[in-house]
Ligand binder design. Structure first.
Ligand SMILES: Nc1nc(=O)c2c([nH]1)NC[C@@H]1CN(c3ccc(C(=O)N[C@@H](CCC(=O)O)C(=O)O)cc3)CN21
Ligand SMILES: CC(C)C(=O)C(=O)O
Ligand SMILES: [Mg+2]
Length: 282
């Protein structure tokens, strides 16, 4: 299952050409990155969902570029084959193409990721062009844009009307034309996800965008059942790690309280003569 060759920008483009689906998941730390890579995940996204999943913010808006760099570094240290994409956080790219270039450069140069992702369609064309021009591969993101969720009053499905769907399709086309090598499409009806995937030559990765996309992404702590606060319709839970952790930590608590842990095998022996001299000198 684990692939031996490095996943690169050209290799994900080739996967789309061959019709091979792309498996992407998020990671925010070293051990998770290693495990996902062992499982055969091709693209690891250090999402700004970091803020909600591991830092306890109630949206992705407060996440800083420094926080992203810190976690990108850990994930990069845990990978040798997967393509690592770092999310540009809110406030680090929307002001101007120059700001986008400066932030993307820091994420790649200090964090060590292979590519950056930013949210927005046609309105982000100038930023994408500028980042691509300095040599940094860019992933676009259309549909539900969590950093702008305030604008539509929460995490709402996008592209439900024909007019909105056409606007999303145009946004994705514009991102590709601007040089994006991959586009994430979030929370749109399946026909919209499929149409965008068909329209683009670059891979389209869906999250709540139906089975017609070129690949899928989920937030790893959600799909592992580690975090249970959010339950979007698109989420499938593949494990119940919250239950596993609570059960294990609960048994530890009981054993500590009852003096059943540690046992002799968990301790260090002392030479009998040394112990005798030690005790006699007390
Ligand atoms: N833990 C976590 N998982 C995520 O998938 C995620 C984050 N955090 N943070 C950033 C964004 C926010 N996301 C979300 C969060 C909630 C819904 C959600 O509950 N959506 C409703 C749609 C309601 C409607 O418009 O009808 C749903 O029922 O799926 C969707 C995407 C996806 N991203
Ligand atoms: C949900 C994915 C696509 C994302 O942007 C994130 O994890 O931040
Ligand atoms: Mg994100």
């Amino acid at each position: 299952m684990a692939r031996l060759e490095r996943v690169t920008v050209p290799s994900v483009l080739e996967m789309k050409r061959r019709g091979e689906r792309i498996a992407m998941l998020t990671a925010y730390d070293y051990p998770t990155a290693r495990l996902l890579e062992r499982a055969g995940v091709e693209v690891i996204l250090v999402g700004d969902s970091l803020g909600m999943v591991t830092l306890g913010y109630d949206s992705t808006v407060p996440v800083t570029l420094e926080e992203m760099i810190h976690h990108v570094k850990a994930v990069v240290r845990g990978t040798s084959r997967a393509l690592v994409v770092g999310d540009l956080p809110f406030g680090s790219y929307g002001e101007s193409p120059g700001q986008a270039v400066r932030s993307a450069t820091r994420l790649v140069k200090e964090g060590g990721c292979d590519a950056v992702k930013l949210e927005g369609g046609s309105e982000m064309v100038a930023a994408v062009e500028a980042v691509v021009r300095v040599g940094i591969p860019v992933v676009g993101h259309v549909g539900l844009l969590p950093q702008s969720a305030g604008r539509y009053g929460g995490f709402r499905v996008q592209g439900k009307t024909a007019a909105e769907a056409r606007e999303l399709l145009q946004g994705a086309r514009d991102l590709q034309a601007a040089g994006a090598f991959m586009v994430v499409v979030e929370a749109v009806p399946a026909p919209v996800g499929e149409a965008i995937s068909r329209a683009l030559e670059v891979p389209v990765i869906g999250i709540g965008a139906g089975a017609g996309c070129d690949g899928q992404v989920l937030v790893t702590p959600d799909m592992l059942g580690l975090q249970e606060e959010l339950s979007p319709r698109f989420l499938k839970r593949y494990a119940n790690l919250a239950g596993t952790i609570v059960e294990a930590a609960g048994r530890y608590v009981s054993e500590v309280k009852e003096g059943r842990f540690p046992e002799e095998v968990h301790g260090y022996a002392m030479d009998a003569e040394e112990e005798r001299r030690f005790r006699s000198g007390l």
